[in-house]
Write a protein that binds this ligand. Structure first.
Ligand code: FCB
Length: 521
């Protein structure tokens, strides 16, 4: 089933206001784990009375997350170089509706208005990314000062609004010139990236203190080099392994480069994570679930914290294919000052290591590619699925609020109670202005989603997890990668015909939550 079909089922699930009784054995298993005490609108959700009592600590940082290519537009202004996303979107047939991010939300020009809107919603932390090809048009060499100046003004304006600037150095828009040099499978990119990180810290590190090298490093490698669904659209599992190793090396090198250039810097992460549950209670499925967690959730976290990779593979790790050299452990090792990760949905995992792997060296599929014999790839040998026990959002992801509690609790436990930031979390629903409501946007399903997820998060905090920030994805409806403009994740509605912004009901609600640290607002 593709994302669209998921979306159709999501609507049906909501329309019926009940949950599909026909779930496969995967979800049946996890139901046993997760629905105990359920009383809210989602399976596994917690009772309304608990939501009413939920609260967040004084000083909790309510935030939003955004990304350069998805918002900025101005794709060829002020000396910016071409990125792999420019090349991809300019290639017909790649993006749904053949649209591009050439203009997107035009935030390169409209950012004063957007920062004012964030302030109006009581936002205290604004996660944004810097476009590498604005700073170094070909990925190497002296910085383009017009690019630096843009972000400098942007950061100043955030600070004036009393909002913490939170910088992702790379949210997928690689300079095309570096892809032409081999892309992430080319180990040299780790050094180029460290140079770039040093430039950012030198010019902006007097005001930005919160840095993360990569948004979703696993996805950068997997979607771009194994699944081929994102640029540069390669489908080679060895390229994936090489890219993953370069990214992990780059993470360590960038960490040191930023700290060398800016004494105030703290460096963390923006990893994608999905809590994983075994399909059955068998030892094989449980082991496969641990491999999933190692590969998809903590591969780069382990590399930074311990200087080696976790046990993500059946058998020995394919270090030779990755291009691992003696001494690389020291480069990988760069313990994070705080741990940042996203939460959207969960996975159910089963073992496929006893089957013959049939897809050869090449790979084509998605992260939840689940039907090919032998599993997703020749090394991890599991099958990951997205269950559909909970309702689906209109972007096709299962609603599973309990997942954030399980994830935060596990990371907190496994990494000795670090400071945690939720770097992205949100849901796609298409609600737009309602003429009968004078143009108001009544996106109640989004409020419900956040209310449940945040209640689960507050439970983890009450039990001792040191979560200090939550960033909703996202401030404005924007360019949603290969889905183009067909998905809307914003707290604010963007009319892409005239760039008019309208705060949705969920945006007003989130603003009240941010002001009160409570959910019953
Ligand atoms: C995440 C991406 C982000 C956005 C959301 C919906 O995977 O980091 O850019 O597209 O999904």
């Amino acid at each position: 089933m593709n994302r669209r079909q998921f979306a159709a089922r999501s609507l049906a699930a909501f329309a019926g206001a009940t949950l599909s009784p026909t779930i496969d054995s995967a979800t049946a298993q996890s139901t046993a784990i997760s629905t105990a005490g359920s009383a809210g609108p989602f399976p596994g959700s917690i009772p309304g009375s608990v939501i009413r009592q939920a609260h967040f600590p004084e000083g909790f940082l309510w935030g939003v997350a955004t990304a350069s290519y998805q918002n900025e537009g101005a794709w060829n202004e002020d000396g910016k170089g071409e990125s792999i996303w420019d090349r991809f979107t300019h290639t017909p047939g790649k993006v749904r509706g053949n649209v591009t991010g050439d203009v997107a939300c035009d935030q390169y020009h409209l950012y004063p208005q957007d920062i004012a809107l964030a302030k109006q919603l009581n936002i205290k932390s604004y996660r944004f990314s810097i476009s590498w090809p604005r700073i170094q048009p070909t990925g190497v060499g002296a910085p383009n000062m017009k690019g630096i100046d843009h972000y400098s003004r942007f950061v100043d304006m955030l600070l004036e609004a009393g909002i913490r600037p939170w910088c992702t150095m790379y949210h997928w828009d690689l300079p095309q010139a570096l892809e032409d040099r081999g892309g992430w499978p080319n180990r040299e990119l780790a050094n180029y990236f460290a140079d770039y990180a040093g430039i950012l810290a030198k010019h902006l590190g007097d005001r930005i203190t919160v840095w993360a090298p990569f948004n979703m490093p696993w996805a950068i490698a997997f979607m771009g080099y194994a699944a081929g669904t994102f640029p540069p659209c390669r489908t080679s599992f060895s390229d994936f392994l090489k890219a993953a190793h370069t990214l992990a090396l780059a993470q360590g090198e960038a960490h040191r480069a930023v700290k060398a250039a800016s004494p105030k810097a703290t460096v963390g992460s923006a990893y994608e994570m999905a809590p994983a549950y075994p399909k059955t209670d068998s030892a094989d499925d449980r082991a496969a679930t641990e491999r999933y967690h190692a590969m998809n959730n903590v591969f780069f976290l382990e590399a930074a914290m311990h200087g080696h990779y976790p046990k993500a593979f059946v058998g020995e790790p394919p270090l030779d294919i990755m291009g691992f050299k003696p001494g690389d452990e020291k480069i990988l090792y760069a313990p994070l000052d705080w741990v940042g990760f996203h939460f959207y949905t969960r996975r159910v995992v089963s073992d496929a290591s006893k089957e013959k792997f049939e897809s050869g060296g090449n790979f084509s599929g998605t992260e939840i590619e689940s039907n090919s014999p032998g599993g997703r790839d020749p090394y991890t040998r599991f099958r990951a699925a997205m269950p559909t026990e909970g309702p689906l959002t209109e972007s096709g992801l299962e609603v599973w609020p309990r997942g954030i509690y399980d994830l935060v609790t596990r990371i907190s436990h496994d990494y000795n109670h670090p400071a945690i930031e939720i770097t992205e979390s949100g849901c796609g629903y298409l609600d737009g202005p309602d003429a009968e409501l004078q143009g108001r946007i009544p996106d109640g399903r989004r409020i419900l989603w956040y209310r449940e997820v945040l209640a689960e998060l507050s439970r983890a905090i009450a039990e001792g997890a040191r979560v200090r920030a939550y960033h909703a994805w996202t401030l404005l409806d924007n360019f949603q990668w290969a889905e183009g403009y067909t998905e809307r994740y914003g707290l604010i509605y963007t009319d892409f015909r005239n760039q008019k912004r309208t705060i949705k009901d969920s945006g007003h609600w989130y603003g009240r939550v941010a002001a009160s640290n409570r959910l019953d607002v």
